[in-house]
Design a protein around this ligand. Structure first.
Ligand code: SF4
Length: 435
């Protein structure tokens, strides 16, 4: 969501005639779009923003420094105390105000700091221009905010309560994107499964998936999906909408019912396992990935073993694993946990080893098969090697044939004969004609 908010701010700056430069030293406007889900993002913001303040003036003689997003929303006035020299502070629902705030900051000769930080519950302004990094891929926000209040999470405090966009508007935007050449759309929300509840009194995510499928887009993905709110209609819509990719990121966070309860996740270990089974039965061949927090306050070795066994039982294709990060203001931050860090680190390492083993095993199933990928660009190491993602969201590498300029393949859908299946990627060769 943060990445997409940045695309919207960037699109607004484009529409005001701003040009992108390579370095902050050259820039008249520097904006930090912040995230506060994890602690080290805070530390980095305050360090990097202070470095911008102490830079020599930009070539035009004046530089405006703005801080937006979740940290701005959470810290408000404190941003000014932590970054003397900041000019503009705007919250998560104030994106549309950014051009006016910047203009005022430029015109002002005083050191006044301009704020636009409210309760974070304004209807979110998504009919804003977007500066997309890739012409063939687009994020489309469908809702923002969250009503779930997991005890470790700061999101409901900085993004406010759930607010959905009108279904017809989301579908119209997707249709326009398809007309513009977009091939893959990722529907975005803090909890997409609750889409529509605030507007229509019932979830309409399944209906939305089917309607977006009708626009002719070739690939649909979505994030984030809370298991508690995922209903059978959504599983059916995934199975019956050909453009929906056979991959689902379904954050479990822990395999222990006791810890899940302490996290306020509103499902048990058994309910999650049952849901995973229903998804696998409903969408054959689907890849499931997840998020897991290790070392939540009060987690015992027994609880952790429950997590390991759940991970093995579901057979996740990949997982984002995190050591619990205390977020001030959340209920979990008040729980004192004497577990030494070394114990938590050891659990984390054991989990990471299991996740790698399962990812490796999952990738073996595709060895010697054909993987359809959307080509995203050259690899960092070799411009002749292209990278894309499979339908199941695996990273896939292949070498561009000698007679083709690799750039002409970016944004195409290619079939790759998989010759190598490693833990974190597949590699192979192009077969047939890119389309
Ligand atoms: S559902 Fe996700 S965004 Fe909402 S409170 Fe829980 S972890 Fe945070």
């Amino acid at each position: 969501m943060n990445l997409h908010d940045s695309e919207r701010v960037s699109g607004l700056l484009d529409s005001c005639g701003c040009l992108e430069v390579e370095t902050p030293e050259e820039a008249d406007i520097v904006i930090f779009m912040t995230c506060c889900v994890r602690e080290n993002a805070d530390t980095r913001l305050y360090g990097q923003a202070s470095a911008v303040v102490s830079m020599p003036p930009s070539p035009s003689g004046k530089r405006v420094l703005a801080v937006g997003g979740c940290i701005a929303q959470r810290d408000g006035e404190r941003v000014r105390e932590n970054i003397p020299g900041v000019n503009v502070v705007f919250g998560t629902s104030a994106l549309a105000s950014v051009p006016a705030l910047l203009e005022e900051a430029f015109a002002s000769s005083s050191r006044k700091v301009l704020f636009d930080v409210d309760e974070g519950d304004r209807p979110f302004a998504t009919e804003l221009p977007s500066h997309r990094a890739q012409s063939f891929h687009a994020w489309v926000p469908i809702m923002t905010g969250c009503n779930n209040f997991c005890t470790y999470c700061v999101v409901p405090y900085v993004r406010g309560r759930e607010r959905s966009r009108v279904l017809e508007r989301v579908v119209a935007e997707c249709g326009q994107l398809v007309d513009d050449g977009v091939r893959e759309i990722c529907l975005l929300g803090q909890n997409v499964n609750s889409y529509g509840c605030d507007l229509y009194g019932k979830p309409r995510f399944a209906e939305l998936l089917r309607a977006v499928g009708e626009t002719g887009v070739e690939r649909i993905r979505f994030t984030s999906s809370n298991p508690h709110d995922l209903v059978d209609e959504t599983i059916a819509a995934m199975a019956e909408t050909p453009a929906v990719m056979p991959h689902l990121h379904l954050a479990v966070q822990s395999g222990s019912t006791k810890v899940l309860r302490a996290m306020n996740r509103k499902y048990t270990r058994e309910q999650y396992l049952d849901l995973a089974r229903r998804i696998k039965d409903g969408v054959p061949g689907i890849a499931l990935s997840t998020d897991i927090i290790v070392g939540f306050p009060g987690e015992t070795e027994e609880d952790f073993l429950d997590t390991l066994s759940l991970v093995r039982e579901v057979g996740f294709s990949s997982a984002y694993t995190f050591i619990y990060s205390k977020r001030a203001g959340t209920p979990a931050a008040k729980i004192v946990d004497p577990t030494p860090h070394v114990v938590i680190q050891n659990r984390f390492d054991r989990l990471a080893a299991l996740v790698a083993e399962l990812a490796h095993d999952a990738n073996q199933a595709d060895l010697d098969g054909i993987s359809e990928i959307l080509v995203e660009g050259p690899s960092k190491r070799d411009p002749m090697v292209l990278v894309g993602h499979s339908r199941k969201n695996q990273t896939v590498h292949f070498r561009a044939p000698e007679h083709l300029d690799p750039q002409t393949l970016v944004g195409t859908i290619c079939d790759i004969h998989v010759r190598e299946a490693r833990t974190w990627y597949l590699a192979g060769e192009l077969v047939g004609t890119p389309r």
